[in-house]
Write a protein that binds this ligand. Structure first.
Ligand SMILES: [Fe+2]
Length: 297
């Protein structure tokens, strides 16, 4: 058995341990009037009670770690995990047009071919190059947007410029959401033990109250190059998933928020769920699940 076969078996076995019945997936636009990314084909809307997605942050290096993680992600079937959330810093050191091929398209080629659909949010490195204009054009994506997968609604925020217009849009869109699961993702981590970027007071002051008021279940971010999960803070579980390839950050041993798990480790996240259950697992470079979270409605 070669290494790739071993990892494939290892991943599928681990997922099967916590298997949620999962047959068909559907994606749809949330009715927020914003244009959403559709560079690649969209799956037709299917009235499904199930959803699944992968997430990776701070991956845009073009390095071996990025490609190794993508190889692992590729072993998970695209029909079960159709969506891939890119948690920002999609291209290092800045999202220049001539780096799209080497740092984004070529590394993700196996998943593009498999039919995965990508949902980006913009990192500070992406924003350095003309407010991520080349990435926005590639993904045909706006600053911020929302979408749905079965019983889960998603909001991609632009944490580089979280102004009152975005705050109002987020509040109104969350207020109109009828889905059981509400998932927000953005680049700058509201809460983190990372020694390089730390907790972000601007996000805590301006974003977190909205997430808490509208009972957002999960807030995913990157920026700090590590994996970190909080206990619920108010209504929200915060997860930092910034270990997608770039050099890892060290972290504080003690923090002033309820931390449930911390490790500076290269990884990605896989989530499956239905209207009543959400199962999240974080996988390392060996394809091993090193942390998991189960939420129940
Ligand atoms: Fe960043």
């Amino acid at each position: 058995m070669n290494r790739r076969q071993f990892l494939k078996i290892s991943l599928s076995t681990l997922l099967a341990l916590n298997c949620i019945p999962f047959n068909s997936k559907g994606l749809s636009e949330a009715s927020n009037g914003l244009k959403i990314p559709r560079k690649n084909k969209w799956l037709p809307r299917i009235d499904s009670d199930e959803f699944g997605f992968l997430a990776i942050g701070d991956m845009g290096t073009g390095w071996k770690t990025q490609k190794d993680l993508i190889a692992l992600m590729s072993t998970l079937p695209a029909n079960q995990f159709p969506a891939v959330l890119l948690l920002g810093d999609i291209i290092y050191p800045a999202a220049k047009a001539d780096l799209l091929e080497s740092n984004l398209i070529q590394p993700f080629e196996p998943m593009l071919k498999a039919g995965n659909i990508f949902y980006p949010c913009w990192g500070n490195h992406d924003w350095l190059e003309k407010e991520a204009i080349h990435l926005k054009q590639y993904f045909d994506a706006p600053d911020y947007y929302s979408f749905s997968i079965g019983p889960a609604d998603f909001w991609a925020l632009n944490s580089n410029k979280f102004d009152s217009a975005q705050a109002n849009w987020l509040s109104n869109s969350l207020a109109n959401s009828k889905s059981p699961w509400k998932i927000v993702f953005l680049h700058h981590s509201p809460y983190s033990s990372g020694k390089v970027h730390h907790t972000n007071k601007n996000m805590i002051q301006h974003v977190c109250p909205i997430l808490n008021d509208y009972k957002v279940d999960l807030c995913l971010s990157g920026h700090n190059h590590l994996y970190e999960r909080t206990e619920k803070i108010g209504n929200v579980t915060y997860i930092v998933s910034g270990g997608g390839s770039a050099s890892l950050h060290s972290y504080e041993e003690t923090v002033d928020f309820p931390r449930a798990y911390i490790d500076n480790i290269h990884h990605f996240i896989a989530v499956q769920g239905n209207s009543h259950n959400l199962s999240l697992k974080a996988f390392n470079l060996k394809g091993q699940a090193f942390d998991q979270l189960r939420l129940i409605k």
